[in-house]
Design a protein around this ligand. Structure first.
Ligand SMILES: Cc1cc2nc3c(=O)[nH]c(=O)nc-3n(C[C@H](O)[C@H](O)[C@H](O)COP(=O)(O)O)c2cc1C
Length: 136
């Protein structure tokens, strides 16, 4: 199972309907490509995990990296590891606003949310796992 975790910053504020459009399209393509994962959006910062076949994940990530709706796409993890999916039930789980705030505040030492400079791989994984408990 290949996984990528990255963090990025929105280029311009995204409205709820813009986010919904982004998610609908992402979910459709992820189902086609058998990619699962989760996306958290909080105060203009994205944190996303993608998992699936290595070629499929790398191809989608190449598209995502070029997407002008966000910038400063920073990879926190890109690795192949044996084992099954962690986010198998979601073509792309999503948390934003209050949900995202609750998830982030559940993780210690991250007062500034996702934008904190010390958000590393371990912190990101903790947040993503908390998000998995709430995502629908
Ligand atoms: C934060 C963020 C996360 C995204 N996640 C996904 C994703 O999981 N799957 C996907 O297919 N596209 C995702 N996208 C959208 C792709 O970047 C976009 O579909 C791709 O650039 C092609 O878009 P187009 O078909 O509208 O030209 C994401 C975009 C952003 C900004």
């Amino acid at each position: 199972m290949y996984r990528i975790i990255y963090r990025s910053i929105e280029t311009a504020p995204l409205t709820h309907s813009m986010l919904k459009k982004l998610l609908d399209k992402s979910r459709r393509r992820n189902i086609e490509q058998e990619i699962s994962g989760i996306l958290i959006y909080h105060r203009g910062v994205f944190l996303q995990l993608l998992e699936g076949d290595a070629d499929a994940v790398k191809d989608i990530f190449r598209l995502i990296e070029r997407d002008r709706r966000h910038k400063q796409v920073t990879t926190l993890l890109a690795a192949d590891k044996p084992g099954g999916r962690v986010f198998g039930q979601w073509p792309m789980g999503f948390a934003e606003g209050d949900d995202a705030a609750a998830i982030i505040s559940g993780v210690e030492d991250l007062p500034a949310g996702l934008s904190t400079p010390q958000l590393d791989r371990v912190g990101a994984i903790k947040i993503l796992i908390e998000a998995a408990k709430l995502a629908a």
